[in-house]
Ligand binder design. Structure first.
Ligand SMILES: Cc1cc2nc3c(=O)[nH]c(=O)nc-3n(C[C@H](O)[C@H](O)[C@H](O)COP(=O)(O)O)c2cc1C
Length: 324
């Protein structure tokens, strides 16, 4: 079980907010395969407070999606608090505060990972958001802006202020902001984090691509939960495997060719309901790279499927290469 304030998940993992990926289609599949909680991609606070933007269907969670989390990022505690309230009013069940994003544009705007340099502002944002909503509030950190002692000190300041600021759980991606996605995620920090703030729910993130590695991370680090990010792109079976693992069952065999093909077709149907069909076909390409990873003729299958120009060509290519 994973406790996120008033929200108790039966299984200790969830699908990360993934900007540009975790739309309704990805979230629906994640849920279908066993994720007990999913997140929409990060939303800028100023967009969330804009009534015209927040009323768009893309921002509204589906009735079949609960519990579902929204993640926000911004620079200013009042706007963040208003954004959190607007998203809860829109139907989200949980708010995540992003102090981790390393994108240059985000850092230039003083948002996301930049706030790892500004512990006072980050903590003030936590407090104000906590006051503005009744639902669980969690935050996402990296292990520092960079590896300087001042930066590491800022990390510990933010993390150890979380209980007083009313934060219900901390998600930590074990890289410095400036590292972006290079090198390997640091999981050595978690035992220290757990012993420094023992009552806080601590969730680990970074380089989690298969159930076996994840069970080792659990056994060795003392985290209360983990979050699946890149490992779920074109691979909803990771949630099926984790659901089995954490229910004490054997990890199921990998999906058959036909099962993978059927999942791609289902994903295609879902994205065609969200976007116009041509855009949907282009959009699905980044997921197809993930789906094709274990195809016995990966290069050929990928090339043929990615060459599809419209929905019917894509369906034909998937049916051919996945023997449906
Ligand atoms: C394409 C992409 C989009 C992401 N979007 C978000 C986001 O919106 N919010 C967030 O907190 N993290 C985001 N992340 C970071 C992931 O949640 C996760 O912390 C990171 O990828 C490390 O986990 P992994 O190595 O298992 O993928 C994103 C990562 C990627 C690759």
């Amino acid at each position: 079980m994973l406790r996120l304030g008033s929200l108790n998940l039966a299984l200790p993992f969830f699908q990360a907010p993934l900007s540009g990926y975790s739309d309704y289609a990805m979230r629906h599949l994640a849920k279908l395969y066993g994720a007990p909680l999913t997140f929409a991609g990060v939303i800028i606070d100023k967009s969330a407070v804009h009534p015209k933007i927040i009323r768009k269907p893309a921002f509204r969670p589906g009735d079949d999606e609960h519990p579902i989390g929204a993640q926000i990022m911004g620079t200013e505690s009042d706007t963040m608090a208003k954004a959190a309230k607007a998203l809860v009013d829109t139907g989200y069940d949980l708010i995540d505060l992003n102090f981790a994003c390393p994108a240059p544009k985000v850092l230039r705007g003083g948002r996301g990972g930049h706030l790892m340099n500004e512990p006072k502002t980050a903590i003030e944002i936590c407090r104000r958001v906590r006051e503005s909503v009744d639902c669980p509030v969690i935050m996402k950190l990296r292990i520092g802006f960079d590896d300087t002692p001042a930066s590491i000190d800022n990390f510990w300041q933010i993390a150890s202020s979380a209980p007083d600021a009313g934060i219900d759980a901390i998600v930590v991606h074990g890289r410095y902001v400036l590292q972006k996605f290079t090198g390997s995620a640091n999981w050595d920090i978690f035992p220290q984090l757990k012993s420094t703030i023992p009552k806080m729910t601590i969730i680990g993130s970074g380089d989690l691509f298969d159930a076996k590695t994840i069970s080792e991370r659990f056994a060795n680090t003392g985290v209360d939960g983990i979050v699946i990010a890149r490992g779920a792109v074109g691979n909803p079976w990771i949630f099926r495997d984790l659901a089995a693992l954490f229910s004490g069952k054997p990890i199921p065999p990998p999906p058959t060719l036909e099962e993978v093909g059927m999942a791609i077709l289902e994903h295609l149907e879902l994205v065609c309901r969200l976007y116009d069909p041509n855009r949907a076909v282009r959009y699905l390409r980044k997921f197809i790279v993930g789906y094709c990873k274990h195809h016995p003729e990966r290069k050929k299958a990928l090339k043929a499927i990615l060459a599809a120009k419209d929905k019917s060509q894509l369906e034909d290519a998937v049916k051919w290469w996945y023997k449906i």
